[in-house]
Write a protein that binds this ligand. Structure first.
Ligand SMILES: Nc1ncnc2c1ncn2[C@@H]1O[C@H](COP(=O)(O)OP(=O)(O)OP(=O)(O)O)[C@@H](O)[C@H]1O
Length: 338
């Protein structure tokens, strides 16, 4: 278990952490998210004894990292995959770590195999690609068979095969009862790997919850449906107290006097607060054709962007002509870099 309690860290005028508190449970992959500059790396560095907090505590298994005698047995970490002496081979790097932590040589062979590095284990780490370096960093993190894993952006540089491998590995390690704290900006990957989520912004906790909870809260409940009789069905639904709209906020067909009330190909409606059972039965009762019916869902990425909208410090701007309508001008668009 990882416990972060009231961490404060000031770098000159920049307040990197502003009373941050959260926990990461054993037996779970906890995703650690936040916009650029939110304070994730600072929190992880303090947790791993690489930096000092101005106030607050960070413990692993109830103890400060600095107080651990052979830390690799309890905590495996990956902060910077390229932080390896470039002339050392992967094998020598792991062997040196194993010797200094009283870990058997058999574990070196084991983690090289687990991370798919057997064939390149004698090559210099400095010649490794980013993906290979990430695998070596993961091998080092796993070396002491630790109960806790702390990984900062481990997916960076991995190929699709490597991403699927890592996802399975982290979930399997958590299923064995280990604590896995994982930071990543790749929301689709986080959605598939993590169960719990900690979201921070400007050094403060924004949410500690599960992936499922954050997504369902952002969706706000409701139903999405497609029907050729949109105007008629919208009238029925409103008559029963539902709020009806369209995905892009344009008017529901038939709302403007004289406008068409439907479309043979169907019009998509969003119904707030209903369930698919309720809306499906109502459509059948009213003999209204429904071509599609599903719960309103948002992706983790959309939910995360809603949550952190006011916390983004570094926002890029770009102008794109890729999707310009013929002869049309594309307006400047905000782009969030993360
Ligand atoms: N060593 C340092 N010296 C000065 N300022 C620092 C230092 N480390 C971090 N900061 C500042 O602290 C804040 C938090 O940075 P941190 O690297 O922890 O964020 P992050 O969430 O990991 O960001 P990213 O997603 O971009 O990696 C930023 O404003 C950063 O500029």
């Amino acid at each position: 278990m990882i416990e972060i309690d009231g961490l404060v860290k000031q770098y000159g005028p920049a307040r990197a952490l502003d009373g941050l508190s959260f926990t990461a449970k054993a037996g779970t992959v906890t995703g650690f998210l936040g916009p650029n500059g939110a304070g994730k790396s600072t929190a992880l560095r303090i947790l791993l004894g690489l930096d000092r907090a101005d106030a607050g505590h960070a413990t692993v298994g109830g103890r400060r990292y600095a107080d651990l005698r052979a830390p690799l047995h309890l905590v495996g970490s990956l902060l910077d995959a390229k932080a390896v002496a470039p002339r050392m081979s992967a094998h020598s790097h792991l062997l040196a770590l194993a010797r200094s932590n009283g870990i058997s040589i058999r574990r070196v062979t084991h983690v090289l195999e687990t991370c798919g590095l057997q064939q390149v284990s004698r090559r210099s780490a400095g010649d490794f690609s980013l993906g290979m370096s990430q695998r070596l960093g993961l091998a080092a993190a796993l070396l002491g068979d630790p109960a806790v894993l702390i990984l900062d952006e481990p997916v960076n540089g991995l190929d699709p095969d490597g991403i699927i491998w890592l996802r399975g590995l982290l979930r399997a390690l958590a299923a064995e009862g280990r604590t896995v704290l994982l930071s990543s900006h790749l929301m689709s990957e986080m959605a598939q790997t993590a169960h719990d989520l900690v979201v921070i912004g400007q050094g403060r906790l924004l949410a500690q919850t599960t992936v499922a909870d954050i997504v369902s809260r952002a969706a706000g409940g409701g139903v999405r449906l497609r029907t050729p009789d949109a105007g008629a069905f919208a009238d029925v639904l409103r008559g029963r107290g539902f709020t009806v709209g369209t995905p892009d906020g344009s008017g529901v067909p038939g709302d403007d006097p004289g406008s068409p009330t439907g479309h043979p190909g169907g019009v998509t409606l969003h119904v707030r607060a209903g369930t698919t059972d309720e809306i499906g039965r109502l459509a059948a009762e009213q003999r209204i054709t429904v071509l599609e019916l599903s719960s309103l869902e948002v992706s983790l990425e959309e939910a995360y962007l809603q949550l952190t909208r006011d916390q983004v410090q570094y926002r890029g701007r770009f102008t794109s002509d890729i999707e310009a309508p013929a002869g049309g001008r594309v307006p400047e668009t905000d782009g969030v870099l993360s």
